[in-house]
Structure formats: C-alpha cells, structure tokens
Design a protein around this ligand. Sequence first.
Ligand SMILES: *Cc1c(COP(=O)(O)O)cnc(C)c1O
Length: 225
Amino acid sequence: MIIKQNLEEILKTVTKGCTLIAVSKTHPAEKVLEAYQCGQRVFGENKVQELATKYEVLPKDIQWHLIGHLQSNKVKYIAPFVHLIHSIDSLKLLQEVDKQAKKNNRIIDCLLQIHIAQEETKFGFSADEVRSLIESEAVVSLNNVRIIGLMGMATFTDNQEQVRAEFRSLKELFEELKHMSLPMNMVMLELSMGMSGDYTIAMEEGSTMVRVGSAIFGNRNYTNP
Ligand SMILES: *Cc1c(COP(=O)(O)O)cnc(C)c1O
C-alpha cells in the first residue's frame, strides 16, 4: 500500500516530459511487482546480477535501466534486454557495450555519466573528456550503440544551492553538446539527474529522467552507492 501512495505522490510532482525511473535496488521482486501493478513500467538497478535476476522473474514489458557503475566483463549479462545504460564512464566500456549489442543484434541506448559532484568517489567523465570523446574517431565507428544524453549525480549534501549549481552545470554541458555537430550515433535527448533527495531541484534545472528509489520503496537497509 505504501508503495502505491508514494508513487502517486511523486507522480503528481513529476513534470510533463520527465520520466520517473523507480530504483528498486536491494528490494525484492515482490516490491517491484507491487509498483508494476500500480502502472509503473520503468525501473532502475545498479548491479548487473540483481538486474539480470529480476529481469528473469518479472513481467517482460518492464523497461530496465542500468544506473550504477558497470564493469566491462559484465555487459554481456544485460546486453540482451537492457533498455538504457546510464553509466557509461569510459570509451572502453562503450566499445564493449557496442560489441555485446552487435552479438545480440540490437542497438543499445546509453548515457554518458558526467562527474559533477565534489566527491572523488563518483564515476564519470569531465566536461573536457566528453568534448574530446565526441571528436574521437573511435566513437563514430560504433554502430550498435546510440548515445542519447547525459547522466550525473550531485554531491550528497544539505546545501541545496550547491546541488542546484551542479545540476545547472550539467544542463549547460547538455545544451552545449546539443548545439555541436555530433557523430551520427549521438543525439542529446535525455538528461538523467535527480534522486529521492534532490529530484525536485533537478527537474527545475531541466532533468528529463529522475531516478527515485527510497522515496518510493522506503529506506534500503544498507548503504548503497
Ligand atoms: C541508488 C541510486 C539512485 C536512487 O537513490 P535514492 O536516493 O534512493 O532515490 C539513483 N541513482 C543512482 C545512480 C543510484 O545508485
């Protein structure tokens, strides 16, 4: 019951054109099903194993998003079905996704993760690294991936102005790239930013996808990056 109420409350506040990704990591498949029965079809997970297991047991019309750090050697487990990978943080990883997508005869949509937080621990490209990635020959030749936008995580802090500034910087980069001449397999459509604690600010700053976990499913019983 509580999941239904939480979902309804959040959906009321999600702006038109913004996708709510229900982040179900650490919660059992039954909880995902509960949200599914309320009409939610888009779910996010941060671990490959957990994502693959849930994919097996849950309805096949769910769109599964991989939002956490992805190791190249694990791409093969999600390549047959993943809807969007939010966490591309190296050319090597992008090349592996392309290779596995080709094996599965599909084109996999991806976002480039950008490091916008002050914390050292968060993954992602810097703005300059992304600019040079776009110009590199290596990306143009990848026929089985499509880069459709950017993802970022703000610093974990109570300082809302800092969070807002970080989201704003990501939106500025997004707009800059949007107006550049991009390779054929790249188009700036989606800006994935905002979690339970900061998704309202993220939407005000132009987010098109919010990744909300604990505000829907409750607290996770261990800390998960
Ligand atoms: C866990 C996680 C979320 C959701 O976090 P909540 O604070 O529970 O909403 C969003 N994005 C990423 C990358 C995550 O790992």
